[in-house]
Design a protein around this ligand. Sequence first.
Ligand code: ZN
Ligand code: ZN
Length: 351
Amino acid sequence: MNGIFKHMAAPGAEYRTDLPIPEVGPTDLLVRVHVAAICGTDQHIYHWNEYASTRVPVPMVFGHEFAGDVVAVGESVRSFRVGDRVATETHIPCGHCYQCMTGNQHNCEEMKIIGVHVPGAFSDYAVIPEACAWRFDDSLSYRHAAMLEPMGVAVHGVFSGEIALQKTVILGCGPIGVMAVGAAYAGGAAGVMAVDIFDDKLAMAKKLGASELVNTRRDNLVQRILAWTDGRGADVIIDYTGNVGLIEEAFGGLRKAGRFTMVGLPSKKLSLDLTNAVVYKEAHINGSTGRLMYQTWYQCEAILKSGAISLDDVIGGVYDMRDFERAFADIAAGHPGKMLFLTDYGKANGD
Ligand SMILES: [Zn+2]
Ligand SMILES: [Zn+2]
């Protein structure tokens, strides 16, 4: 089969036409891939930074956001059949640790990740455990289904606290940030303020329902929030950047007893005046990682079926898988939106 192969522990990857179709274990599905999407994690693997070099067992196919058709099932599989259209939950839960036993499979203590710890899906075929398959709604295209996994990261953060009638600030307008804008808008927020440093990313956020756009290269974030909220501060602030300076600044725009949710991954420590920023404010701070299995998936589909937003407005580019170098270069150059790959089969299918 064809696929993007991480051939060695160094930057780059190879498009190969001679890869073996992966073997199907007893609890696995073999999926013929139509569409795959590029995640931040894939950029780490492609450019081979520290995150990747300490986790990924090269050589292997990477990529984990995808949708396709089930073409074979292992002998113990009961819930899926050949012909099912599936998207993929990236977290492989162990099924028996404390987290898994208490409804938190998405935060399993022995977590493995498709396309990071085990081979992925930038290829014609991929094998996934039955526990990671999501049969997506008939109304969704393969393109949109391939984006459900990252959309879930956005949605889980947004719905990790109250959102309806809340004045909500979304920090960061990368693909997940703009989907969070859309989720907050669809969830009935009393206005969504989108924050970034690129005007084209802010323009995308506007399409997803942002009513206020703040470019922190020009605008003072806290002043804009206070002007928007009668000086009270935002009810909800959700960070999708991991940018330490921005997070520290944004706390100044949180209202008393407001919610600050962290989804982005800061690479260094934060410095906060906890007395004023948290204690006196009675701020609620929570972290959010991945997606609930599978509550978040139902929420994502409910949002899309409501028609409140369209994932077409999040697509930044669609590439033949052979052109992967161009796709990664466009992301590195700061192009907005989610970049998708089509396999030959996806192209033949008109995806
Ligand atoms: Zn991802
Ligand atoms: Zn577990």
